[in-house]
Design a protein around this ligand. Sequence first.
Ligand code: PLP
Length: 398
Amino acid sequence: MKKSIRTFLKHPTKDNSNRSANPAVIRASTILFNTMQELYEHEKKIKKHKKITHYSYGRYGSSTTIELENILRELEEAYHVFLTGTGFGGVALAIMSLCRPGDELLVSDNVYGPTKEISEKLLKEFNVQAKFYNPDSFEDLKNKVTNKTKMILVENPGSNTFEFQDLSKIIKLAKREKIFTFLDNTWGTPLYLKPLKLGFDMSFSSATKYFSGHSDAMGGSLAVNKKVFKKIMFFYKLSGYRMSADEAYLIIRGLRTLDTRLKQHYENTKIVINFLKKQKKINEILYPHNPSSKNYKLWKKYYSGGTGLLSIVIKSKNKGSVIKFVNSLELFGIGYSWGGFESLAILQDLTTRKKNEYIQSRRYYRFKKDQYIVRLHIGLEDPKDLINDLRNGLRYIK
Ligand SMILES: Cc1ncc(COP(=O)(O)O)c(C=O)c1O
């Protein structure tokens, strides 16, 4: 019987030998075999990418991480899923597996800060040149492609500024020019967008965010097609990247409610945005909510749902008052990351940015010095309470 993903997420990974509804957490370094022949046979199976229930050594994972790989492979419709100890490890894994001296890497100029930093700073030391394109201009991307371009790295929407790109156009160009493609899909999750089905070679999610959903685990998921599998496996094995069994267990537990949580994040976000739209102190809401905007149209074209992360742009001559607004919020924690059950707020500081710092990035190019971006993660609290909290906090802005 063909099941929907919603049903599927509730049912995998029963542990039949222990009769538990959830998988066992198998922490292992040594994996035991009965004979050398059995060990050799097992390694052959792994090499041929055959279905296995355990690896031959704990550095590649345990039966718990295999359970998670299997769930994500189904969710992403992937050939294979590589799990890493943090989300960022998954980004680094993709870049370091594919880019070699002399190559160029094309990156959308609205990516997560450390993704920008690895592209700009670290790769330079390996003679790989990173070029950044304007996420609002496909022409700019097209013009920056050369015969050295090895990979296009897209984050959709971009961290903090939420530009949406015309993804099929990028795929078409990359296929024609034989360039590998990577999409950071952490915002939309594979529930609302399946990058591999669209034609990307790699679909990445920070599992720290919505997959885990409870702000208590870290991990990365790099889902890939057959074309890039071997190259990434080569680097994965030699780099020692892996996810622990404990984190894998927590992420499996989070995934069971991914659909339900995302629905509620989105419902709450729409209600909060309706309130924010009416606030005079807010210049702009960075989220695909306005049906006449380009971002909304591109979101509608590719995504089947929305999630809970957005930014608001506040115009103020008094930075201290914006900080007071953030500090005053009782229900929004101040801190990095997002995708957990709870609401969060953070000021993306535009004014203290120094030249040549990685964060000095074009992704903020259209904002002026007296505009402040506050990123909000809308959690699963009652949105009425979130609105009251925001209304109270906005009074501080001068
Ligand atoms: C869009 C995006 N990609 C990647 C990452 C990195 O994930 P992690 O924090 O799990 O290393 C983050 C983290 O904030 C993110 O927001």
